[in-house]
Design a protein around this ligand. Structure first.
Ligand SMILES: Nc1ncnc2c1ncn2[C@@H]1O[C@H](COP(=O)(O)OP(=O)(O)O)[C@@H](O)[C@H]1O
Ligand SMILES: [Mg+2]
Length: 613
């Protein structure tokens, strides 16, 4: 029931603060973020967080920063009072994390707050407020710096307190905030205590790039699969760690974006990363990454969100492209780690490229053991042949239009063993895997996944060369019965299909006929290829951007064109595939982000047989 209209009156100040608090302080974790931001703005070099009951009991942040003069303590609790900006111009160049002068006032309105602070060369002072009632400043003994303690959040607002979760959950959110701060500020030492126990501790990271801190915060599981990013693109510097596609996970919970030292949620950057992974990560898998972006403050607006968790880029498409490019470069290089064409692996400590596996497996054993018999590299290296992109058994001479990126056999004879990181084929296992030996031991290759990747990269290369797709008419056109949806898609997307090298015509009210397929896929089943493409076109509709769609279509074509399980390969064909993999960017993962090959070192094999113990 609405009350009869009452006269208009200004809201009482505490009520204004309580309403405003809703935007800034939602739960212990958001209070913690504000307190951490203040501590960092104060120039702290070390800070300590103490939580009780996940922050529901209390949240305390102590820093060794500049401190607050005793006479300014009441102002610190006043709404819209700040020492950080004085005019609009400074707002646009905000170098501090805070600038709204809202956080402490909001906390004072919805909780109990105590600030103890001391400036260098001055005496310490304490102020206390509860539910908007501010007590007088008192002198007290204190370390230099500031300690803010927040107790009983929302004790005076039961309706809001009800929305808080269990101490465990609230603690987890607080720990996330703590970790984000640790990532964004590697030069600051941080400690987190919970209910009297030291939970997390990060020493200062003295490295100039701050990536050691990143690795420390994100943990062993992440850093073991991480690749360093470091790029300067115009005014934008991008650095950080990204995971190999094989380490992608179902949840998007390890995705950190830090812009000018602020941890933010940003769709532009997230999408740029996603686009870079598009080629190596299909479906629902999420990449893990932590990227730190630095750009001149006039190119980014930080004042778009009360909780300051979003920013707006002046030129978001430039940022998108730069991020995408930086990540793509690293992923492409990572794919080439198995390749002789990219011998220089990044030097960072967390990087262990497959080619850097121990060269002398015997070193791993305490006992002397016979060295493995020498491998006849020369003879082996001659025994290779290109793998036709076909299920057809006889090995065909490659079409001259098809790219032949691999070396000729004559060059290979002179080459060193190191030029063939994937080694030489021994056999095919169950029609699925190729077994090969290299100097480290056994290499197992998923035949279909690897070939699919190679075909895909070739299709893309051919496409990027911008030449019309080489098309091969079918000797006998292949007709098939089609659903209404397939009929419609064939008509709607006739141009797209033709540009991909697939010629598809109506052969009746409910049948289609394939007349030509791309030369690169000359041996693929034309009907399966056409149906696969139609299914993709139907499920994707027309909304997504053409390039992304094209890559998805090329990828689906590669899948249909790649050698299928149970096809017998000759040793020469298998070696051809290994050489192709070494020459292909991103050959380490198939188009779906699964690994295409694995190394099982001699040490692993010895361990299996308990040798040398
Ligand atoms: N840990 C701290 N060290 C030094 N000064 C602080 C600290 N926390 C708060 N202050 C002072 O109190 C003011 C108000 O803080 P706050 O309400 O968070 O607003 P803002 O950070 O937007 O300025 C700050 O501008 C700063 O001068
Ligand atoms: Mg603040």
């Amino acid at each position: 029931m609405l009350q009869p209209q009452r006269p208009i009156r200004p809201l009482p100040d505490v009520l204004i603060s309580q309403i405003a608090a809703g935007e800034v302080i939602e739960r212990p974790a958001s209070a913690l973020r504000e307190l951490l931001d203040n501590a960092i703005d104060s120039g702290a070099s070390a800070l300590t967080v103490r939580l009780e009951q996940g922050g529901l009991g209390s949240v305390q942040v102590e820093d060794d920063g500049c401190g607050i003069p005793a006479e300014e303590l009441p102002l610190a609790l006043l709404r819209h009072a700040t020492s950080k900006i004085a005019d609009l111009d400074e707002l646009h160049h905000a170098a501090h994390l805070g600038f709204r002068g809202e956080a402490l006032a909001a906390m004072a309105a919805v909780a109990e707050i105590e600030i103890i602070s001391r400036r260098a060369g001055a005496d310490g002072a304490r102020i206390h407020a509860s539910a908007g009632q501010v007590a007088a400043v008192q002198p007290t003994a204190a370390q230099q710096g500031t300690r803010v303690t927040l107790r009983q959040l929302f004790f005076n607002l039961p309706a809001r307190r009800k929305f808080l979760k269990s101490p465990q959950t609230e603690y987890a959110w607080c720990a996330d905030v703590f970790k984000r701060t640790a990532i964004a500020h590697p030069q600051i030492a941080l400690r987190l205590w919970h209910d009297g126990q030291l939970k997390l501790q990060f020493e200062r990271d003295p490295s100039p790039h701050g990536l050691d801190r990143l690795a420390a915060v994100l943990g062993e599981a992440f850093s073991a699969h991480a690749l360093p990013v470091s790029a300067q693109i115009g005014p934008l510097a991008v650095r950080g760690l990204i995971c190999k596609p094989t380490a992608a996970r179902a949840r998007a919970d390890v995705q950190h974006i830090i812009v000018n030292n602020r941890w933010v949620r940003d769709r532009t950057v997230a999408h740029g990363v996603r686009a870079a992974y598009a080629d190596v990560l299909h479906g629902a898998l999420q990449p893990q990454y932590a990227l730190l972006l630095d750009l001149p403050s006039e190119l980014v607006d930080v004042n778009v969100h009360p909780a300051k968790s979003e920013v707006r880029f002046r030129d978001s498409s430039a940022v998108h492209q730069a991020v995408r490019h930086a990540v793509e470069q690293v992923l492409a290089r990572a794919g080439g780690e198995a390749s002789s064409s990219h011998p220089s692996a990044p030097p960072a400590a967390w990087e262990q490229p497959p080619s850097a596996l121990p060269t002398t497996a015997a070193l791993a054993f305490g006992v002397a053991r016979p060295s493995p018999s020498p491998i006849p590299w020369d003879a082996l290296s001659r025994a290779y042949a290109p793998l036709a992109t076909a299920d057809a058994a006889p090995l065909q001479a490659q079409d001259s239009a098809a790219p032949r990126p691999y070396a000729q056999a004559t060059d290979l004879a002179a080459a060193q063993p190191d030029d063939f990181p994937l080694g030489f084929a021994l056999a095919q296992l169950l029609g699925i895997y190729i077994l090969a030996q290299n100097r480290h031991g056994l290499v197992i290759v998923d035949m279909h996944a690897a070939h699919e990747r190679i075909v895909y990269e070739r299709l893309k290369a051919a496409e990027q060369a911008d030449a019309p797709v080489a098309v091969q008419p079918l000797l006998i056109p292949a007709a098939f019965a089609a659903s209404d949806a397939e009929m419609g898609a064939a008509e709607d997307h006739a141009d797209a299909l033709r540009s991909l090298g697939v010629e598809l015509d109506r052969a009746g009210p409910s049948s289609l006929v394939v007349r030509a397929t791309p030369t690169l896929l000359a041996h693929a089943d034309p009907i399966r290829l056409a149906r696969g493409l139609l299914a993709d076109l139907i499920s994707q509709g027309t909304s997504s951007r053409l390039q992304e769609r094209r890559n998805a279509l090329l990828s689906s074509m590669a899948c249909h064109g790649a050698v299928r399980a149970n096809r017998q390969l000759t040793l020469a064909e298998m070696n051809g595939l290994l050489r192709d993999m070494e020459r292909t960017e991103r050959a380490d993962q198939c188009n779906h982000g699964r690994p295409t090959w694995r190394q099982i070192g001699l040490a692993d094999l010895d361990a299996l047989f308990l040798r040398g113990r």
